[in-house]
Ligand binder design. Structure first.
Ligand SMILES: Cc1cc2nc3c(=O)[nH]c(=O)nc-3n(C[C@H](O)[C@H](O)[C@H](O)COP(=O)(O)OP(=O)(O)OC[C@H]3O[C@@H](n4cnc5c(N)ncnc54)[C@H](O)[C@@H]3O)c2cc1C
Ligand code: FES
Length: 296
């Protein structure tokens, strides 16, 4: 059992029609501040919001999910960082101050916080860095030493390098093309950062391939990885089973768990990374309830 073992507190979920307070460019992304009274006081780092997209007559019925970057209970605001990807995210990146946004939040399980002060390394890939600063703050309030590793393909796809100063005890930056920081992947530098910090806990958010590498590097350095996965979600509240992924539970059995309600944060060493190939998650044959040859 790792030191990061404080059970997440169940906060509850609310739905509110909020309004856009700010929508600013930040590198390749947009930073949205949304007035959403009642959400902030329920939320913890690692949880996410589900936002309705397209306006009241939209044919785009499914909500889109985003990690909570920051909340402010005093102002009643929540903040997200959005990359324009398809129609839903593109619509959100174009909202204007005062526009209404329908928010359901906070959803999912937060990052587990250590029971004792310990050294932690937080690893973010692209917009996956967004939830890590709030987490860093929570960890430092518990007396933890917190170092950050931020990576992206290119300089403009990094998020939060400027936020790291003053909120963490050290930051290491990587880009695939070398346009900022070390040339290469976060996994190339992570081992050294874990060793230097004496870290026993690693927290990560970003693409699945990165999360697997982070889990491997953490294990090789006797640290436990906690990863926030980003499986495609339709309902976000545990009803549709769109977001399932194979997780080895504490009894050693692999089950298909819903990343929206059982995650998105899982222990990295509980995720069956062998099930993922070419962006598709397969059901391992030893999973509870897996289809059997000749079965129905
Ligand atoms: C827990 C969680 C946290 C996320 N945090 C962020 C964030 O902080 N910033 C950000 O920019 N994006 C984030 N995403 C990804 C974001 O939700 C998708 O990019 C977005 O839903 C795509 O919607 P679209 O209409 O633009 O694209 P479309 O491709 O048209 O989306 C169609 C459907 O596929 C789903 N989908 C498509 N791509 C993804 C994806 N990469 N991950 C999950 N679902 C997907 C959508 O939810 C939608 O139901 C997060 C996703 C999850 C599950
Ligand atoms: S998205 Fe519907 S069950 Fe997870």
């Amino acid at each position: 059992m790792s030191a990061a073992s404080v059970a997440p507190t169940a906060g509850g979920v609310t739905q509110v029609v909020g309004s856009v307070v700010a929508n600013d460019p930040v590198g390749a992304y947009r930073h949205l501040v949304i007035s959403a009274p009642g959400v902030a006081e329920l939320a913890s780092p690692g949880q996410f919001v589900a936002l309705a997209v397209g306006g009241p007559t939209s044919a785009t019925l499914l909500r889109r999910c985003f990690s909570l970057h920051r909340v402010d209970a005093g102002r009643g605001t929540v903040e997200v960082v959005i990359a324009a990807h398809g129609p839903g995210t593109t619509w959100l990146t174009q909202v204007r101050v005062g526009d209404p946004v329908d928010v359901v939040a906070p959803l999912g399980q937060p990052f587990p916080l250590p029971a004792e002060p310990t050294a932690c390394v937080l690893v973010g890939g692209g917009y996956g860095s967004a939830p890590l600063f709030w987490l860093a703050q929570a960890l430092r309030e518990r007396g933890c030493h917190v170092e950050l590793v931020l990576g992206a393909a290119t300089r403009d796809r990094l998020f939060g390098v400027d936020l790291a100063d003053g909120t963490t005890d050290g930051v290491t930056v990587t880009t695939d093309d070398g346009s900022a920081g070390h040339r290469g992947w976060v996994s190339d530098v992570l081992g050294d950062v874990i060793t230097r910090a004496g870290a026993t806990e690693v927290f990560a958010c970003g693409p699945m391939a990165m999360l697997k590498s982070v889990t491997d590097v953490a294990a090789a350095h006797a640290a436990v990885a906690h990863v926030a996965v980003e499986e495609s979600m339709a309902c976000g509240v545990g009803v549709c089973m769109t977001c399932v992924l194979p997780i080895t539970t504490q009894d050693g059995v692999t089950k298909m768990l819903r990343s929206c309600v059982d995650g998105p944060v899982f222990r990295g060493d509980s995720v069956r990374w062998d099930a993922f190939a070419n962006g598709i998650c397969h059901v391992p044959a030893d999973t509870v309830g897996a289809p059997r040859a000749g079965g129905h």
